[in-house]
Ligand binder design. Structure first.
Ligand code: SF4
Ligand code: SF4
Length: 178
């Protein structure tokens, strides 16, 4: 639980990052109805917005939903209020990391961190390294082992990092973000 005395103005932070205020959402639920990850979470995306509107920041910023969000933008394209929910989810992830909120879904957080580390190092995901690092982080050594052989055979898991043009520029972006 965060110390409430040094709590930042989360509304303002989200507004600065996304350029929009969550109060415009009127909870019609259209976003959640089309969200591809809705069935994997007990907190639909529109409820995350509701928590935020009600000042229940701990719940919004610790929600596994923000880490499950695939950034597909289905919600954004469907919203009758033109609320960019995918940007809102991005902002919540960013604030959640900065402010040290703990999601109960540690595996999704580990997935994001591992993926970004790969992009930072190699300019894009290096499949074998990604799987190795993710498994080391989570201890899920035998998860999805049944599909590994066919993925290898189909060339979906590269054993070596891909050659990527402009890798240094990508690393520069990461350094600037720091
Ligand atoms: S579709 Fe838009 S207005 Fe409706 S609940 Fe989702 S974010 Fe809010
Ligand atoms: S961007 Fe995230 S919240 Fe929106 S529909 Fe896609 S997965 Fe769901």
């Amino acid at each position: 639980m965060k110390n409430q005395t040094d709590k930042p103005d989360y509304e303002k932070l989200v507004e600065e990052i996304t350029g929009q205020n969550s109060s415009i959402c009127y909870q019609c639920g259209k976003c959640s109805a089309g969200c591809p990850v809705r069935e994997f979470t007990s907190t639909p995306p529109n409820r995350v917005v509701r928590y935020f509107q009600l000042g229940m920041y701990e719940k919004a910023l610790s929600s596994p939903t923000i880490w499950l969000c695939a950034g597909c933008m289905t919600c954004t394209s469907r919203c009758p209020k033109n609320f960019k929910l995918s940007n809102f989810m991005d902002a919540l992830r960013e604030i959640s990391i900065k402010e040290g909120f703990q999601s109960s879904d540690k595996k999704s957080v580990a997935f994001h961190e591992t993926f970004l580390n790969q992009v930072k190092k190699f300019g894009r995901a290096f499949e074998f390294g990604f799987i190795r690092d993710y498994k080391l982080k989570t201890g899920q050594f035998f998860q999805d082992m049944d599909v590994a052989p066919s993925m290898f055979m189909k060339g979906k898991i590269g054993l070596f990092p891909h050659k990527v043009k402009g890798k240094e520029k990508i690393q520069k972006i990461f350094n600037n973000i720091k």
